[in-house]
Design a protein around this ligand. Structure first.
Ligand SMILES: [Zn+2]
Length: 364
């Protein structure tokens, strides 16, 4: 097994095209064609984590946060980032960062937070835009079923809990083959009329090359007529943050104490209590101040996130409680998610959960 095989599994869990534009995800250090010796999963790649990988004979570190975020210009070990990269390269250890690709995955970071809190009726808080595409193509009537099947197998035609979704209408296609053409139907120089089916299917944008490959491999025409458009529709299954409900409403102070215990945090910083029970809970692991208004619009009683600044607590506006549980604390269970996912996929290599607590913040 090579490192690229693990990457393929990780991309099935969280396609890199889900990541935010500002992010730096994927294989940051190393050669994907290296034989795998083992995988170490961490939230942050520090020098101590590279040491841990060496001790455990793991030559791939799967890190939630990317150790390299902006460009590095020098490699002389003056910063912790340079030292980590140099140590990894010296010891033939690859580093893969998954970050916002996993944040935006339905079964990712925020689903894991909801899981810890036992929330039901989970929905994406900020569904992503521009991730759904539509293919329209025209195929001879007798090939229509075969082509639909090939497109479905390539990942097209899934809408929520339904697959094999398509729309088809029949009509007549026309074409005239030029001298240089090599037509599969019709004669050169004569306009040919063919009973055709117009097929429309949607697909997620990261499946585009697979869908087009299926189209060209299955369609019998020399020149395949097709269009791809990007839909304005938001994708309810990809996006930042999540909102869900407690099965039983809780007193707000009890709830804050509950999250302090669940996330083992030294401190929950929160806005004023509102004297009403908590039932609807919005969550966004990591720095989530940008989603305060989304949490309000979703009707959440509380928004659990991290890295809130002084003035941002005013944005609660007596509509909900803002609760900052700490950045590391909010994302800590992500490690377990990646480990249990990889262990299900890979049984013959060690998949190790890092024992290093990489939280740079301490509490008195
Ligand atoms: Zn983070």
């Amino acid at each position: 097994m090579q490192i690229k095989d693990v990457i393929q599994y990780l991309e099935e869990l969280a396609p890199l095209s889900y990541a935010e534009g500002f992010d730096n995800v994927g294989l940051l250090v190393g050669n994907k064609e290296t034989e795998l010796s083992g995988v170490l999963v961490t939230l942050d790649t520090l020098e101590s984590v590279v040491d841990e990988a060496i001790e455990n004979q793991c030559n791939l570190i799967v890190s939630f946060h990317p150790i390299v975020f902006s460009g590095l210009k020098k490699f002389n070990g003056n910063s912790y980032v340079e030292r980590v990269v140099m140590k990894a390269i010296k010891n033939d250890i690859a580093i893969y960062a998954i970050h916002t690709a996993l944040d935006n995955t339905f079964t990712g970071v925020n689903d894991m937070i909801c899981e810890q809190l036992g929330l039901v009726n989970r929905k994406i808080l900020i569904p992503q835009k521009d991730t759904i595409k539509k293919l329209t193509t025209y195929v001879p009537l007798k090939e229509a079923d075969l082509l639909k099947e090939a497109l479905f197998n390539a990942g097209a035609g899934t809408i929520g809990n339904y697959d094999h979704c398509s729309f088809a209408s029949n009509g007549t296609g026309s074409f005239r083959a030029q001298d240089t053409a090599n037509p599969s139907i019709g004669k050169k120089g004569e306009t040919h009329y063919e009973p055709e089916t117009q097929i429309q299917v949607t697909f997620p944008k990261h499946k585009q090359s697979a869908v087009l490959k299926a189209l060209f491999n299955t369609h019998s025409y020399e020149e395949v007529a097709y269009e791809i458009t990007t839909l304005e529709n938001t994708n309810q299954h990809i996006g930042m943050g999540m909102v869900g409900e407690l099965e039983q409403p809780m007193n707000e102070l009890d709830f804050l104490q509950h999250i302090k215990a669940v996330f083992k945090t030294g401190c929950v910083r929160h806005s004023s209590l509102l004297n009403k029970p908590i039932q609807k809970v919005a969550v966004l692991g990591g720095s989530g101040s940008f989603a305060i208004e989304n949490a309000k619009r979703a009707g959440a009683d509380v928004f659990i996130t991290a890295d809130l600044k002084y003035h941002q607590f005013y944005q609660a506006e007596n509509q909900l409680i803002l609760a900052d549980i700490g950045h590391y604390e909010s994302e800590q269970y992500t490690k377990n998610l990646i480990v249990s996912y990889l262990r299900k996929k890979i049984s013959n290599f060690a998949i190790i959960l890092s024992e290093k607590n990489t939280n740079p913040i301490k509490y008195l």
